[in-house]
Design a protein around this ligand. Structure first.
Ligand SMILES: Nc1ncnc2c1ncn2[C@@H]1O[C@H](COP(=O)(O)OP(=O)(O)OP(=O)(O)O)[C@@H](O)[C@H]1O
Ligand SMILES: O=P(O)(O)OC[C@@]1(O)O[C@H](CO)[C@@H](O)[C@@H]1O
Length: 306
């Protein structure tokens, strides 16, 4: 079973405004609400790929009820920790460009934190745990490191999609997969990732530091996969970007969902790219049909000297 943790779920409120004017009253031309938060997105895509998944995380209030109801309709298992505060609302504003306003989210009590942590302690050998998204300020900032240690002690495959020192802190626990984008990778090494060679060079350093697989996503410029000693690049398929919210989460789901079925890192990498782009080309997250339509366009090449 693949478990996801979303410490700060959301309702993603997508609004489209034509001729947007700062400081004026603007009216929407389209609006829609989706359950959000990175782990929840991973679970939603995994379900569409046919993998068993359960979503963990903190949930509360009417907004939390919306998230739970939506996931129930999609027949996604959840085992959320109920909290006193309200699940946040994140605004995704489309005005010709994409602007995101992510809220801080509710306060999490020590008891709530303990409840979630004990769920992680109960996972079994061969389960997969995905940790992704921001950490609420009321939760210990080393939560990912603590959960990573529990996974490594109990033989659980760990996937982490975060950035900065939280990402660095989990490397000692040998995560199965991490997926920084090229900006996040650059920030870790105080540099700019300009091309696949840079992505391979710095992604490989994260492998040396403990990650088993590193996918560096580079938006429309493809992605790089670094594994023990080797690096590979893959292109993205052609298409019109409609909404990139959740594209990175779809890549994570595409990789681990395929790996769980095939144990083949190359088909998992192809599926990862196709899933990311299928989401970028859709208004909601990707569907299996859309992924399969894009899959033949993806080509993997070994990076020589990588
Ligand atoms: N212009 C594009 N054309 C095709 N695919 C794209 C494009 N932009 C993004 N994607 C898809 O989305 C994936 C993730 O993009 P990106 O590198 O921006 O990751 P991210 O920052 O984690 O994403 P997110 O927008 O979810 O935060 C890419 O690997 C690709 O599959
Ligand atoms: O505030 P965080 O936790 O960093 O990111 C939250 C978020 O932007 O990530 C998802 C897309 O990846 C959205 O569903 C959600 O709104």
């Amino acid at each position: 079973m693949i478990y996801t943790v979303t410490l700060n779920p959301s309702i993603d409120y997508l609004v489209e405004v034509e001729n947007f004017q700062m400081g004026k009253v603007n009216r929407t031309s389209y609006e829609v609400k989706f359950p959000g938060g990175k782990g929840i997105n991973v679970s939603r895509v995994l379900k569409r790929l046919g993998n068993d998944t359960t979503a963990f995380g903190f949930i509360g209030g009417q907004t939390g009820e919306f998230v739970k109801r939506y996931l129930r309709q999609e027949e996604i298992f959840t085992d959320f920790t109920e909290i006193a505060g309200d699940t946040r609302i994140n605004i995704k504003l489309k005005t010709g460009m994409e602007t995101e306003i992510n809220s801080q989210g509710p306060v999490i009590s020590k008891e709530n934190y303990q409840q979630l942590f004990s769920q992680i302690e109960q996972l079994k050998n061969n389960d997969i745990l995905v940790l992704s998204g921001s950490i609420p300020s009321s939760v210990p900032s080393d939560v990912y490191e603590s959960m990573a240690k529990t996974c490594s002690d109990n033989g659980i495959k760990l996937v982490v999609d975060t950035s900065g020192k939280e990402l660095l802190s989990v490397l000692q626990h040998r995560p199965f997969l991490i997926k920084p984008n090229h900006h996040e990778l650059g920030e870790l090494f105080s540099t700019k990732i300009k091309n696949v060679e840079d992505a391979s060079k710095y992604g490989s350093k994260l492998v040396e530091s403990g990650a088993q697989h590193v996918i560096v996503s580079m938006a429309g410029s493809g992605a790089v996969l670094c594994t023990d000693g080797d690096s590979y690049t893959a292109n993205v398929p052609k298409g019109k970007v409609i909404n990139s919210v959740g594209a990175g989460d779809s890549m994570v789901a595409g990789f681990i969902g395929t790996y769980e079925k095939t144990e083949d890192i190359f088909s998992s990498f192809c599926f990862s790219l196709a899933s990311g782009s299928a989401t970028a080309f859709s208004s909601d997250l990707c569907t299996l049909d859309k992924i399969e339509e894009l899959l033949p366009q993806i080509e993997i090449n070994k990076i020589t000297g990588g």
